[in-house]
Design a protein around this ligand. Structure first.
Ligand code: FES
Ligand code: FES
Length: 222
């Protein structure tokens, strides 16, 4: 291999590492965290939501109508109304993710044990894996996509970024949805109260101290 060609390859190999090295943990988390804490919220603008809805309805309605045994449901999610055909056994979690393509709500255990699937129903936190979608018509469903938007995060999302309240981020949308509802519930003021109130949300990465710090920061603002 010619010397010039080898030098060029070595230069190319070094450049990505050096540019990554310029990122501080804080700036990296601020960018990735915004995506993590808002998950799909950071990627889904109202326009994108409406586009997704139209595409989803166009794609799924003819297909699901052709499947015997499905039922029509109308769900109000993040202020938008969705009319779809679903299996009567479909959970709210699966309907949000698989039919409405709102994938910010995560599936961890699918058994009501981890809290990753937490959404709000009429403002109260609920494990969406434990309720049938067909039972949630005529209620207000809020997912992480409806909480904040890029450049306009919910204070709880901002607090999670500020306090590094996540690592891999898989539990984070559930943690934030749970925390937002928890702040309005009649809990005591101590860290132990936050830990008890948030005990239904498991974090495999063990980010608990920072999650508590984020929740307490928001509670102090209230
Ligand atoms: S996925 Fe619903 S509680 Fe774990
Ligand atoms: S941040 Fe990884 S599971 Fe909670």
């Amino acid at each position: 291999m010619a010397v010039d060609e080898r030098d060029a390859k070595e230069k190319d190999a070094k450049e990505p590492a050096s540019s990554l090295g310029k990122l501080s943990r804080r700036s990296f988390l601020s960018h990735m965290g915004a995506a993590g804490v808002a998950t799909a919220a950071t990627a889904v603008t109202p326009l994108a939501v409406s586009t997704a809805i139209a595409e989803t309805q166009e794609r799924t309605a003819p297909q699901t109508q052709a499947i015997p045994g499905t039922m029509p449901v109308t769900l109000k999610v993040n202020g938008q109304s969705y009319s779809v055909q679903i299996d009567p056994r479909a959970t709210l979690l699966d309907t949000l993710r698989e039919t409405l393509h709102l994938t910010g709500t995560k599936k961890g255990c699918d058994h009501g044990q981890c809290g990753a699937c937490t959404v709000h129903i009429n403002g109260r936190r609920v494990n969406s894996c434990l309720t049938f979608a067909g039972m949630q018509q005529n209620v207000e469903i809020t997912t992480i996509e409806g909480l904040g938007q890029p450049g306009h995060l919910h204070p709880m999302q901002e607090a999670f970024v500020e306090h590094d309240g996540f690592q891999c981020g898989y539990c984070t949308s559930g943690q934030i949805m749970s925390a937002v509802a928890m702040v309005k519930e009649p809990w005591g003021t101590g860290d132990s109260d936050v830990k008890e109130a948030m005990s239904g949300n498991i974090c495999r990465c063990g980010a608990y101290p920072n999650i508590v710090a984020a929740v307490q920061a928001v509670r102090r603002m209230a």
